[in-house]
Design a protein around this ligand. Sequence first.
Ligand code: TXA
Ligand code: MG
Length: 356
Amino acid sequence: MDRASRCGAVVLTKLFRVDALQPDPGVLDEVCRDVLDGKLIVFPTETVYGLGASIYRPEAIRRIFIAKNRPMDNPLIIHISRVEHLYETAIDIPDSVWRLIELAWPGPLTLVLKRGRAVPPEATAGLPTVAIRMPAHPVAQRLIDCTGPLAAPSANISGRPSPTTGHHILTDMFGRANDIIDAGDTIFGVESTIVDFSTEPPKLLRPGAMPIERITETLGIEVVVTDISRGYREAEKAVAPGMKYRHYAPATPLVVVERRKSEDVVEVALGLRREGKRVAVITCRENAEVYQGAVDRVVTVGSRENLFEVAKNLFAALRELDRLGVDIAIAESFPERGIGLAIMNRLRKAATKILR
Ligand code: TXA
Ligand code: MG
């Protein structure tokens, strides 16, 4: 029996399958009514699926933490669909943020700002700041237009890779959320980029689908990038409260090899096999052949030349590791430019060991 059933928290889940671009308005109306009624819903965004509740229903927000087994001190992102929603959810918005919003919203960028009146402390773990984003997914936009702002973390059980497919949300949230809207695979496959504008200069809290270069170069503003934002856990302080927990983790132990050459990764694999371990490797298409014969299973996440493809497949690959019957997995490194910074952050945070 899983934890939800032990807590008596099993709910009857309604499942809706919709077209991502032209969702059935009848479905959106029904889910909207449920949200306003205080229900928990799983909805698609362009990054990963979210587990949402209305910001006007603090008791529903509390149930998000139970449904996910999420520590109560880890605040949620508020999802909005119109700039007007900012007036109730944030205060003292700096000029640079308004310029950034024009450039990047709707899209995979979350801004940490000073908290506005309408956001209950349940959503922000009592912090005076609030994380806000405006998703670009048509289903999320139309739904939030109807419901108003939604507090939502990623729709995974805490600690697991974020859900990027219909299968992932069913696995994690069936019996935990009241409604699930399955709109197929998400577009980016990694979460939004989070930048903290409540301090000066602004700080990158989590690299994500929006390349940080796009923000710094286009706007000409400085954003502080630390080892924490690159995913190194030993450097951790509780900057984004969520950063202090191990994340995205398959049950299979994962070694991330930061050396560039695939020959180095082969060496590590052969060493593990000499210890009698069954080994999987996470690699790119270009290198897949190098591992034939050297490891037991090869998981290809895409081309090194297209890091968006790698990002899109990454969480599915991490989940797949547990189904391969291996003792340990090794991941290659990817270039840390653009969305590559998010890929490496997620791999390091999922790792049981990093070889530098
Ligand atoms: O792409 C995304 O951002 C997805 C989709 C569903 O929108 N959401 C998502 O939420 O990834 P979640 O809860 O899995 O990650 C939110 C992160 C956590 O690390 C949390 O600690 C941080 O945002 N966060 C939230 N509010 C914050 C605040 N006021 N200050 C600093 N960090 C905050
Ligand atoms: Mg999450």
